[in-house]
Design a binder for this molecule. Structure first.
Ligand code: UGA
Length: 434
């Protein structure tokens, strides 16, 4: 098939590249000339494992091309994917301005039988609005479908190639057939292709992310409770997870969720609920618990340093909101760093991929370290904010020598409290006894 993908952010680029890899001819379109020029030279604007190689392979095979020319890019396409950003607006709702301008731009050029598919996360009712807009602009009833993405940053290629399920929202079964053909190469392990109305598909995306975020906020609240009452959240997790109705996934406590999806989607769904006269009690609580969790170490740090962090040097391991990405959007580490700076502390930080992005935001307010051990030299405490594999098994004896005081605040529960004690460390973690 001939496919056009509009928007070369992480969703659009992964989608276009994976469809090219399964043999389709894909044109990726973006209005950002610099980005498109870079992509033509094989420069990938984001860090996503495996993506650079896959782009190169498919570009070389001639199946993946990049352009800023929307008219040219969509004119022959059987399927036009819309994957532009839908950032959070001032009131928490999704800002759809990019989506509307793309719909206007493609309307005069798409084929009569093209299927227009939304891949971006869009509020319920957006597909219906796009249908209405295209009708007005073209005079035809175009096929518009929803196809929400369930890709995790850092594992996006794997998630695309081996989805747990594919969800599409369509008005006509023939449109579902077209999309099923497109996804067939990725569904060979008998994973389900689920067809529903566009409204249900749009809602599915929000409900999936909101439920996952709920699991995290729930376990974080329980972890904090465990700490107060003497329990160990790891044992509790083992105790509940074998119940198949509960399971183990997404119940790791930590310093709160970040990224471009959970925070934005929970707030957008909250705004939609409120707009429709439903009080979103749970959703508001999920967000509130998460915001609080990002500061979970503040009190402990203050207490540890006798209420005064001025002049202390704190090392930080992990700046990205999670491992295997350079994304720092809503990253808990940034909340902590800003607080530490306010308190007069000095910060030395390491991250395998995200330093450049943090530097663009914080400039020379903190010291950036290329090696993890450099970030702990002479520090009064180390705080671990992201569970990159690099931090799982450090040389604790070397660390002990390098740090000014052997104090570790572990926001991802990477180490065993008992062992840390035996190694001579003062060790704070999440929801476990000291
Ligand atoms: C999330 C969803 O997992 C994807 O299915 C979805 O497609 C994507 O949003 C999206 O809407 O585009 P992502 O934001 O990339 O993916 O990252 P996750 O791996 O889900 O992690 C989100 C956050 O939750 C991270 O900050 C992570 O540290 C935190 N987390 C995750 C926990 O604190 N505990 C856990 O048990 C799991």
């Amino acid at each position: 098939m001939k496919i056009a993908v509009i928007g070369t952010g992480y969703v659009g680029l992964v989608t276009g590249t994976c469809f090219a890899d399964s043999g389709n001819n894909v044109t990726c379109i973006d209005i950002n000339e610099k980005k498109i020029e870079g992509l033509k030279q094989g420069e990938i604007p984001i860090y996503e494992p495996g993506l650079a190689e896959l782009v190169e392979h498919n570009a070389e095979a001639g199946r993946l091309v990049f352009t800023t020319n929307t008219a040219e890019g969509v004119k022959d396409a059987d399927v036009v994917y819309l994957a532009v950003g839908t950032p959070q607006g001032d009131d928490g709702s999704a800002d759809l301005s990019a989506m509307w301008s793309v719909v206007k731009a493609i309307a005069p050029h798409i084929r009569e039988d093209a299927v227009v598919v939304t891949k971006s996360t869009v509020p319920v009712g957006t597909n219906a609005k796009i249908f209405g807009m295209l009708k007005e602009l073209t005079g035809r009833e175009c096929d518009v479908a929803s196809n929400p993405e369930f890709l995790k940053e850092g594992a996006a290629i794997e998630d695309f190639m081996k989805p747990d399920r594919v969800v599409v929202g369509v008005r006509r079964p023939e449109v579902a057939d077209v999309l099923q053909q497109l996804y067939q190469p990725f569904l060979r392990t008998e994973k389900p292709f689920i067809s529903m109305s566009p409204e249900s598909a749009e809602m599915t995306k929000y409900v999936a992310n909101a439920l996952l975020a709920t699991k995290i906020s729930f376990i974080n609240e329980m972890a904090n409770l465990c700490e107060k009452m003497g329990g160990d959240i790891n044992d509790v997790r083992r105790g509940i997870g074998h119940d198949s109705r509960i399971g183990f996934a997404f119940l790791f406590p930590g310093v709160g969720y970040g990224g471009s999806c959970f925070p934005k989607d929970v707030r957008a769904l909250t705004a939609m609920s409120a707009d429709h006269g439903c009080e979103p009690t749970m959703l508001r609580a999920v967000d509130e618990v998460n915001e609080r969790q990002k500061s979970v170490f503040n009190d402990k740090l203050e207490e540890h340093f006798g209420g005064n962090l001025k002049g202390k040097t704190i090392g930080i391991w992990g700046l990205a909101f999670k491992p295997r990405t350079d994304d720092i959007r809503e990253a808990p580490a940034l909340v902590l760093i800003n607080w530490l700076l306010e308190k007069g502390a000095t910060v030395k930080a390491h991250d395998p991929e995200a330093i450049e992005n943090v530097e663009a935001e914080l400039g020379d307010k903190i010291t950036y370290c290329d090696r993890r051990m450099e970030a702990i030299e002479g520090v009064d405490a180390l705080v671990i904010m992201t569970d990159w594999k690099d931090y799982h098994s450090p040389d604790f004896a070397e660390m002990y020598q390098l740090m000014k005081s052997p104090v570790v605040f572990d926001g991802r529960n990477l180490y065993e409290p008992e062992r840390m004690k035996r190694r001579g460390y003062k060790y704070y973690s999440i929801g476990r006894p000291m």
